[in-house]
Ligand binder design. Structure first.
Ligand code: A5P
Length: 224
């Protein structure tokens, strides 16, 4: 993973660019690599759009400058770099939101001219099949859960903190982690789920991704 983080930082970040920074452990490594390049003067004037408090902190710790108003996503980002929880090889769809940052991550990816995803090979599958985080407003908790269970035959669990309290996203919403089995039509599924009243965002991503950099256990890299 350190190799792909270094590769992405040196290849895809150009001087003066506005960079959308995803969340998660791959992004922690990427931010470290980019921080080293900025500190050594190899990359200049990079400005970060953070997808979460974690990303904001990573920028801060690694000496990366934020855009002037980091509470608003610019309509145009030059490049976004993010991680993924699962990647479908053929459809190039993803499941994201394991850390709860799916809403801002999707806004950033959809505003970026170019998007790069960093992941290890265990996350690459033929068809998506892990649980999908669905972010919803608290008021609609019961109605959304019932629709998902009855109409989509999903097995849903409210995301909770270790001590049993509900997990609230940085936008103040709840997350239902939902098992649908194998997802054969990720685009349709994303659209159908998003049309449920009360759903704010869905962890199925069908964005245009320029490159998935995937790291093998032995340190080798391949791209999709
Ligand atoms: C954050 O909510 C997620 O979408 C992350 O991007 C995703 O969970 C990947 O994280 P890791 O790089 O830690 O696996």
């Amino acid at each position: 993973m350190n190799e792909i983080a270094r590769l992405a930082a040196s290849t895809y970040v150009s001087d003066g660019c506005v960079l959308g920074l995803g969340s998660g452990s791959a992004i922690e490594r990427f931010a470290r690599s980019l921080g080293e390049l900025v500190a050594s003067g190899e990359k200049k004037e990079v400005r970060i759009v953070p997808s979460s408090m974690q990303a904001w902190g990573l920028a801060d710790q690694n000496g990366l400058r934020l855009i002037d108003d980091s509470s608003h996503c610019p309509s145009k980002i030059d490049v976004a770099v993010d991680g993924a929880d699962q990647i479908a090889r053929r459809s190039r769809s993803m499941i994201k939101g394991g850390g709860g940052a799916l809403l801002r991550e999707k806004v950033i990816l959809s505003s970026s001219a170019k998007s790069i995803i960093l992941a290890d090979s265990s996350k690459v599958v033929d068809n998506l099949r892990r649980s999908v985080p669905i972010e919803l407003i608290q008021f609609a908790f019961k109605s959304v859960q019932e629709k998902l269970e009855k109409e989509f035959k999903a097995d849903c669990h409210l995301r909770k903190l270790e001590k049993g309290y509900p997990f609230f996203t940085e936008s103040g919403n709840l997350i239902l982690d939902c098992e649908f089995g194998e997802i054969n039509s990720p685009k349709e599924m994303e659209n159908q789920l998003k049309s449920i009243p009360g759903v704010v965002e869905v962890g199925i991503f069908n964005c245009n991704i320029e490159k998935f950099y995937v790291g093998n256990q032995d340190g080798s890299i391949f791209s999709i």
